[in-house]
Design a protein around this ligand. Structure first.
Ligand SMILES: NC(=O)C1=CN([C@@H]2O[C@H](COP(=O)(O)OP(=O)(O)OC[C@H]3O[C@@H](n4cnc5c(N)ncnc54)[C@H](O)[C@@H]3O)[C@@H](O)[C@H]2O)[C@H](O)CC1
Ligand SMILES: [K+]
Length: 521
C-alpha cells in the first residue's frame, strides 16, 4: 500500500493554507449542485444506486476515523472512486476503527498514510480532482487545540473546492462548546450521529458545519444522553403539535385554565397587559392581573376580558394568598418593579407558593446575588431569562453568556433546579434531568419590546393543560413560529409588535394540533 511516508516532502513544504475559510454561500451551493449523485434514494429505499464520483476520505486514528473507513467502504462498494488518507500511521488505528480500516483495505481500497512529517502533496493532488471530500479526522473526542501536522492537514482540506461533508462534527470543532479548537474544517454539510451536538448550534459551530443532518444510529437515548453533555434535541413541530390536545366541547372557562399574572407597576402597565393578553390568546379561560393598587386603577380602562386585583402594600402576603387561591398557574415579574414591596411579593410567591410558576423579568432580578435561593422554591419553576438577566444571576456579562449559552444555561439549572429557558436566537430549554432542547425557529423580528412578556403569558397558559417541560417547549416554539409566520407574511424581519405575536398564537396552535406546518399552510 503506498505510504505517505514514501512521498515524504520537506515538513512544511505544503504552502501555508489560506485563512482556512471557504467562500460564500453561493460557492457552497455550487459545490452541492456539482456533486454527481445520480439520484437520492427515497426513505427506506436501499441506497444501492451506483455512485460514479471521485471521493477523498480523510481519517483520524480514532472512532471518527473509523466512521470514515465505513463511509469509504460503502462508497467503494457502490462504484465510487475512493481514496482514503489516514492522518496517522495505520498501527495507531485500534478497536472498532481498526476493524473498519481493515475491511476497507481488504476490499482493495486505496489508503495513503500521512503521519506527522509526511508531505501533504498527495492529498492536495487527490483533492484537486475530487468531487467529494469526507472529513473524518476528529469527532466528539477532540479534547485539545489541533496544531502542527494535523492543523496543516486541515489547512489543506480547507483549500478544497469540492463538496465537503463532515462526519459527526467538523474536525476541530468542540462538540460541546461550539468553539473551534485550533484549526477547523469548514464543511458544506455535516452528518451528525445519534443526537444533535450542541456545538453545531452555536453561531461559529453552525458556520463551520453548514447544513446539519442528524442520523439516528438506533442507539438507545438514555446511555448516550448520560455519557455526553453535548447533546440537545431540536424542538419539533410534530412533537409540540401532539401535546396540544383538542378541547372538550363541554369545557368551561375555569377548566380552560385560571392564570394569575403578578406584574405591572406605575409606568409599566404594558408588560402586565401583554403577558395577560398572551395568556388569553393561548387559551387560558380566566386571566387576572394582580398588581399594585394604583396600577390596577390605571389599568381599569384598558382591560375588557381581563380581570384585575390589587396587592395591599400593608398586607402583601395576605392579599397575594387571596389572589393565588384556585389558580392553575402564575406568571410573575414583567414590570412588577424592583423596590422592597416587589421583592416581598416575589419572595412570597416564587419561593413560598407551591404551584406552577413562570418567573421572568423583575422577578428574576430580585434573585441577583442569591440565585441559589431559587433551589429552595416550593412548587415548579420555569425561568425565562434573556442573556442579560441570566448573566446578572450568574454574576457575568451578557456577552459571556452569549459566548457559551449552553454552559450558562446548564449552570443556571444546576444552581436553581428550575427549568431554564434562555431566550434569544435559538432559544435553549434546559431541564433539571440534564436534557436540553433548542428552538431552531424564529428570527430577528422577535427582538421587539414586550416579546418576552408575551412568551411568559403563553407558557403560563400552557401550564394549565400540560406539564412544565411540554409547556415551556410549546410556548417557545409557538412564539418563535409566530415570528416566522409574520416574516413570511410581511417579508420583513423588523416591525413586529409584541401584541401581534399573541394575535398569531390561536392559528398556530390550530395548525400544529392538526399536524400542519404553519409555514407551509
Ligand atoms: N459516542 C458514540 O456513541 C459513537 C461515536 N462514534 C464516532 O466516534 C467519534 C468519537 O470518537 P473518539 O475516538 O472518542 O474521538 P475522535 O475520533 O473524535 O478523536 C480521536 C482521538 O484523538 C485524540 N485527540 C483529541 N484531540 C486531539 C488533538 N487536538 N490532537 C491530536 N489528537 C487529539 C483523542 O485521544 C481522541 O480519542 C464520534 O465523533 C463518532 O464519529 C460512532 O459514530 C458510533 C457512536
Ligand atoms: K469529523
Amino acid at each position: 500500500m503506498p505510504s505517505g511516508a514514501g512521498l515524504r516532502g520537506r515538513p512544511g513544504s505544503v504552502p501555508p493554507p489560506p485563512n482556512g475559510r471557504r467562500d460564500a454561500e453561493e460557492a457552497r451551493a455550487a459545490r452541492i449542485r456539482s456533486f454527481p449523485v445520480r439520484h437520492v434514494p427515497s426513505p427506506g429505499q436501499p441506497a444501492t444506486y451506483p455512485l460514479h464520483a471521485r471521493v477523498v476520505v480523510v481519517c483520524g486514528a480514532g472512532n471518527n476515523g473509523g466512521d470514515g473507513f465505513v463511509v469509504a467502504r460503502h462508497l467503494l462498494a457502490r462504484g465510487a472512486e475512493v481514496q482514503v488518507f489516514l492522518a496517522a500511521r495505520s498501527e495507531k488505528v485500534t478497536g472498532d476503527s481498526r476493524i473498519n480500516h481493515d475491511a476497507y483495505v481488504d476490499l482493495g481500497g486505496a489508503l495513503t498514510e500521512l503521519p506527522p512529517g509526511a508531505s501533504l502533496a498527495p492529498l492536495e493532488v487527490a483533492l484537486a480532482g475530487a468531487d467529494l471530500l469526507v472529513d473524518a479526522i476528529f469527532g466528539t473526542g477532540l479534547d485539545r487545540p489541533i496544531e502542527g501536522h494535523l492543523a496543516d492537514v486541515i489547512g489543506v482540506l480547507n483549500t478544497a473546492t469540492c463538496l465537503c461533508i463532515a462526519l459527526d462534527v467538523p474536525s476541530g470543532l468542540d462538540a460541546d462548546s461550539g468553539a473551534p479548537l485550533g484549526a477547523a474544517v469548514q464543511a458544506d454539510e455535516t452528518v451528525t450521529f445519534g443526537h444533535l451536538k450542541i456545538g453545531l448550534l452555536t453561531p461559529e459551530g453552525a458556520r463551520l458545519a453548514g447544513n446539519v443532518h442528524v442520523v439516528d444510529l438506533g442507539v438507545p437515548d438514555r446511555p448516550i444522553l448520560a455519557q455526553v453533555g453535548h447533546v440537545a434535541e431540536v424542538l419539533r413541530k410534530e412533537t409540540i403539535g401532539s401535546s396540544l390536545r383538542p378541547r372538550e366541547a363541554s369545557v368551561y372557562k375555569h377548566q380552560a385554565g385560571n392564570v394569575l399574572v403578578i406584574a405591572g407597576s406605575s409606568g409599566k402597565l404594558g408588560a402586565a397587559l401583554l403577558t395577560a393578553r398572551a395568556a388569553m390568546r393561548t387559551g387560558a379561560g380566566l386571566v387576572t392581573i394582580c398588581t399594585w393598587a394604583d396600577t390596577a386603577r390605571a389599568m381599569e380602562s384598558r382591560v375588557v376580558e381581563l380581570m384585575t386585583t390589587s396587592i395591599d402594600p400593608a398586607r402583601i402576603a395576605a392579599s397575594l394568598d387571596g389572589a393565588l387561591a384556585g389558580r392553575r398557574a402564575v406568571a410573575i415579574g414583567p414590570g412588577l418593579g424592583l423596590d422592597e414591596r416587589a421583592r416581598a411579593a416575589v419572595d412570597h410567591v416564587v419561593l413560598g407558593w407551591d404551584g406552577l410558576k413562570v418567573v421572568d423579568a423583575d422577578a428574576l432580578t430580585h434573585f441577583v446575588g442569591r440565585p441559589e435561593a431559587l433551589a429552595t422554591a416550593r412548587g415548579s419553576l420555569i425561568m425565562t431569562p434573556h442573556s442579560g438577566e441570566l448573566g446578572r444571576l450568574l454574576g457575568r456579562s451578557a456577552r459571556a453568556v452569549e459566548e457559551d449559552r449552553f454552559g450558562a444555561v446548564r449552570e443556571a439549572v444546576a444552581l436553581t433546579r428550575a427549568i431554564v429557558v434562555l431566550k434569544g436566537a435559538r432559544t435553549i430549554i434546559a431541564l433539571p434531568d440534564g436534557r436540553m432542547f433548542i428552538c431552531m425557529a424564529g428570527n430577528p423580528a422577535l427582538a421587539t419590546a414586550g416579546s418576552g412578556d408575551v412568551l411568559t403569558g403563553m407558557i403560563a397558559a400552557l401550564l394549565c393543560s400540560m406539564d412544565p417541560t411540554a409547556a415551556a417547549s410549546a410556548g417557545v416554539l409557538i412564539h418563535a413560529l409566530a415570528g416566522d409566520v409574520w416574516r413570511a407574511q410581511t417579508g420583513s424581519d423588523r416591525g413586529l409588535l409584541a401584541g401581534e405575536i399573541a394575535e398569531l398564537v390561536p392559528g398556530l396552535i390550530a395548525a400544529l394540533a392538526a399536524g400542519c406546518d404553519p409555514l407551509s399552510t
